[in-house]
Ligand binder design. Structure first.
Ligand SMILES: Nc1nc2c(ncn2[C@@H]2O[C@H](COP(=O)(O)OP(=O)(O)OP(=O)(O)O)[C@@H](O)[C@H]2O)c(=O)[nH]1
Length: 439
């Protein structure tokens, strides 16, 4: 099977020890990606005229400035080493360079940051793909608003030195502003206070402590749910995709279908949001983009359960492994919504006895705490097993991810950070917190 894009995997390679090792790792990953693209490594990185580090920027004083300067110097070292280790340009007639499927990677600060995140998780540079690097950069850019509006101030507080009571109060305000929610904020503050009562924390350790606490909150649902959500190959998996209209359900189904086909799964979509005719048309367009068939019923206001019935039949006869079911999301009438989702569920349980069923709620991150209230309704109606958080690219409320895991007790399974086919990936608490807090 090809690379499984649903798997987060646990990697065993030890993370690099020193900053220099991280640079070497990034260099190998960069060269590996360039080789995969069959583009000569030589042309895009002109030697720095004079190493940027030696251009004597004003002496950084704060912890944040020092960290940024350190990253810049690593980047300069990485570029320089790439240039010096190149073979001489071959003296052969130019061979037409195949057009790469995706543009050549930029060896920039974003690449280095992404490489560090992958290396720290025990990945090997030879396994890394450009899509992963691009995704991490996208996630980091997506969370930039949250980071800038709130968390940069937050880091400045913990980065200034030992935390006093005033700093703790400021921390509290900032976490609430990021839509982290009262419960999580209280818990984080309690933990931090317990720690600073014992010792004054240097800035680096205070930041680490904070990141660790945020990760703990995001990972709490794994006590009751598996940490990964991967379709079981060779059997039918049915994922019910629920959520209010406009949160990005259809787009998400298209993106999931794309991940599935890329990973080698046989995938099918059931257009069971029959309430709006346009919804069926939209889902068909996404199905086409992802190269996945769509089962629908052309008659107006067709019974969604009947569409699901037909789709299960088609899935079983075609050996489909992942059936994605688009459901209606109107909330005007909770009873109807509940009855409809329950009917769909009954059909699945009857007709696909052995299928692995997931019920995933799509939430729009830009709605912040309001999204959580919608979620309560679906929790009652749809027997939810996880959440997909969309539109992280357009919000300063990225902290809502923490409120979701805390308040709903459900794992975040995927995050969306853009409108393109590739802009959705399985959730990783490590990557999320690094993108949120990353310097
Ligand atoms: N910026 C951004 N936009 C997104 C994302 N996901 C979806 N969208 C946009 O959100 C809008 C609504 O997306 P849909 O997929 O149609 O939402 P829906 O929940 O299916 O809504 P209905 O079709 O009305 O049921 C579209 O313009 C999408 O392009 C995301 O991760 N980031």
């Amino acid at each position: 099977m090809s690379l499984n894009w649903f798997e987060r995997g646990t990697y065993t390679t030890p993370a690099p020890d020193t900053p220099a090792d991280y640079v070497a790792w990034a260099k190998r990953a960069y060269e590996h990606i360039r080789q995969q693209q069959q583009v000569p490594v030589s042309e895009p990185t002109p030697p720095p005229e004079s190493p940027p580090v030696e251009e004597a920027p004003p002496a950084p004083t704060s912890f944040l400035a020092r960290a940024a300067a350190l990253r810049q110097s690593r980047l300069a070292a990485l570029k320089a080493s790439l240039v010096t280790s190149e073979p001489a340009a071959p003296e052969v007639a130019p061979v037409p360079v195949p057009t790469p499927a995706t543009p050549a990677p930029e060896l920039d600060e974003g690449f280095l940051w992404s490489a560090e995140i992958l290396a720290a998780q025990g990945r090997r540079p030879e396994e890394v793909t450009l899509e992963e690097i691009n995704w991490l950069q996208k996630l980091r850019q997506g969370l930039a608003k949250t980071r800038r509006s709130v968390l940069n101030q937050l880091k400045a507080i913990v980065g200034q030195g030992p935390l006093d009571e005033r700093a703790v109060t400021e921390l509290e305000t900032l976490l609430l502003q990021a839509d982290v929610g009262v419960t999580v904020t209280d818990w984080v503050i309690q933990q931090i206070q317990a720690q600073i009562r014992q010792e004054a924390l240097p800035p680096e350790l205070a930041l680490k402590l904070l990141s660790g606490l945020l990760r703990q909150v995001l990972e709490r649902p794994y006590q009751h749910h598996a940490p990964n959500l991967t379709p079981v190959p060779g059997q039918l998996n049915i994922w019910l995709i629920t959520g209010v209209n406009g949160v990005g359900k259809t787009t998400t189904i298209g993106k999931l279908a794309h991940l599935a086909t890329k990973s080698g799964y046989k995938c099918l979509i059931a257009a069971a949001d029959t309430f709006r005719a346009a919804a069926v048309e939209q889902v068909k367009i996404w199905g086409e983009r992802a190269g996945v068939g769509v089962v629908s019923n052309p008659s107006a206001n067709a019974d969604p359960a009947a569409v699901v019935f037909d789709a299960i039949g088609a899935a079983q006869s075609r050996g489909v492994e992942l059936l994605l079911v688009d459901t209606a999301g109107r909330l005007q009438n909770k009873q109807n919504l509940m009855a409809e989702l329950q009917k769909v569920r009954r059909i699945i349980d009857k007709k696909a006895v052995n299928a692995t069923v997931e019920s995933l709620l799509v939430l729009d991150a830009t709605l912040g705490q309001n999204g959580l209230r919608q979620a309560q309704v679906f929790t009652e109606a749809a027997n939810l097993t996880g959440v997909i958080l969309t539109k992280l690219d357009g919000t300063a409320r990225g902290g809502i991810a923490l409120a979701i895991t805390q308040e709903l007790g459900l794992p975040i399974r995927f995050v969306g950070a853009g409108e393109g086919l590739m802009d959705l990936r399985p959730f990783s608490s490590y990557e999320f917190v690094e993108a949120l807090m990353g310097i």
